[in-house]
Design a protein around this ligand. Structure first.
Ligand code: IMP
Length: 424
């Protein structure tokens, strides 16, 4: 059966570490959406790995990793990652499978992403510039190029010509950019087309066969619930469905096969790029969180905006994802704060709001209702039992549980594999 791991905030909740920790008990780890915009960080034996496309489970010698059809694949990024892993003694052949029907990100997607976002002016989203939205746009516009098309020389050339004719018109006439040439892309991408062949399979058939055989699958979501194209802070969202439901579409598995959904929540909140963020801290405390938590984008290096935990958000994430349990991450980062706040509701024009509003006017202008708790000074990064945690830490954890109505079962207190507390 299938377990899904999903982000409950704006991404960067520490899913990479959680997936690496959980992967031990699974046979297959499968990514279901997003692309090279993700940056999943895993630290093993003091070595830091950052994964953009390949599931974090690849570090285990006997696990199979799948990149599902819901993912958009930039071959340059994919092969950089494969090369990097090889150089670190990790072989991916025979361990990695890529969906034949996943869509490919090409140079015009990346260029268009950058110029489009610049042209949005005041409405700029602050995308990662990885060609994510533009690849998904082509997928839905029915001019996308899938892995299976990319591999076939004739199909690739034909589809590339059609797509480029349209994109070049935009680049030349509207964005005043240099046009891109079919021949150059064809030539530059030949090694990737050859290289990807050995990984490409019908992953939907493969995964369903494995489910029938009783194998355990961990579905890995990238980004987070509030970057979801349908349920996030639209338009300041990514172009896919990070929510648990996205796993069915992005892997080709039935909702009936999903057994468990695990939500990952950071002990405070961060977001990268533009968009509303009610509990954002704009003073020295926010700066301290960024510094201590090393809150800089794993993909773009951009400083992340930091703020207090927002229970309205995580509560909503628990509902729409159907979360069974929460893994709370980076709790150690909150050590040393005299007072810690938790956002427990919003106030807008004298009205109390106890849910996450889709109305961006409300969400951007609401006042946050906080509860304030005493902090702690003890270093908790080496504590391995919940009972051994300082009293104020437990109070904080239990306040979050009370407000979101879902149990926290594990607490991560550092970037290494071993720094995790089993709470339940
Ligand atoms: P895009 O996914 O590159 O189109 O970017 C859209 C928005 O999602 C921007 O605000 C990005 O900063 C944000 N975003 C995309 N991927 C991630 C991620 O993995 N973590 C956090 N934010 C992300």
């Amino acid at each position: 059966m299938v377990t899904v791991v999903v982000g409950t905030q704006w991404g960067d909740e520490g899913k990479g570490k959680v997936i690496d920790y959980l992967a031990e008990k699974f046979d297959i780890i499968a990514r279901y959406q997003g692309g090279a915009n993700a940056g999943h960080t895993v630290v093993v034996n003091n070595k830091k790995y950052i994964f953009h496309l390949i599931p974090s489970g690849i570090l285990y010698p006997k696990k199979i990793c799948v990149i599902g059809n819901g993912v958009v694949i930039d071959p340059v990024s994919l092969f950089e990652e494969i090369e990097y892993l090889k150089n670190n003694g990790i072989e991916v052949e025979g361990k990695l499978f890529i969906a034949e029907n996943a869509h490919i990100t090409l140079p015009y997607h990346k260029l268009l992403d950058k110029v489009e976002d610049k042209f949005r002016g005041k409405g700029q989203l602050g995308t990662t510039g990885r060609g994510i939205g533009t690849t998904y746009t082509d997928k839905f516009g029915r001019i996308g190029i899938r892995v299976i098309d990319f591999i076939d020389e004739d199909v690739f050339i034909e589809k590339l010509r059609i797509a480029l004719e349209l994109k070049n018109y935009l680049f030349k006439e509207y964005y005043k950019e240099e046009i891109l040439k079919v021949d150059k892309i064809y030539k530059d991408y030949k090694p990737y087309r050859e290289g990807i062949k050995k990984f490409a399979i019908n992953t939907a058939v493969y995964l369903n066969e494995k489910i029938e055989q009783g194998k355990k699958i961990l579905a890995e979501g990238a980004q987070g619930t509030f970057l979801d194209i349908d349920f996030g802070t639209y338009p300041y969202v990514t172009a896919s469905n990070p929510i648990a439901g996205g796993a069915c579409i992005g892997l080709g598995i039935s909702p009936k096969k999903i057994e468990k959904i695990i939500g990952v929540a950071k002990a405070y909140t961060t977001r990268v790029g533009m968009g509303p963020f009610p509990t954002e801290i704009k003073d020295d405390i926010g700066e301290k969180l960024r510094k201590v938590g090393n809150e800089f984008g794993a993909t773009t290096g951009r400083p992340r905006r930091c703020g207090w935990f927002d229970t309205n958000l995580v509560k909503f994430a628990c509902i729409i994802n159907g979360i069974d349990e929460i893994i709370l991450t980076k709790l150690d980062v909150l050590t040393g704060f005299e007072k810690i706040k938790i956002g427990v509701g919003y106030k807008y024009e004298d009205e109390i709001i106890n849910f996450y509003p889709f109305n961006s006017k409300i969400f951007s202008n609401c006042e946050v209702i906080y509860e304030e708790l005493d902090g702690w000074g003890e270093n908790i990064s080496n504590i391995r039992s919940y009972r051994g945690l300082p009293k104020n830490v437990k109070k904080y954890v239990e306040k979050i549980e009370e407000k979101i109505g879902i149990k926290i079962t594990k607490i991560s207190t550092g970037s290494s594999r071993g720094q995790i507390i089993e709470k339940s």
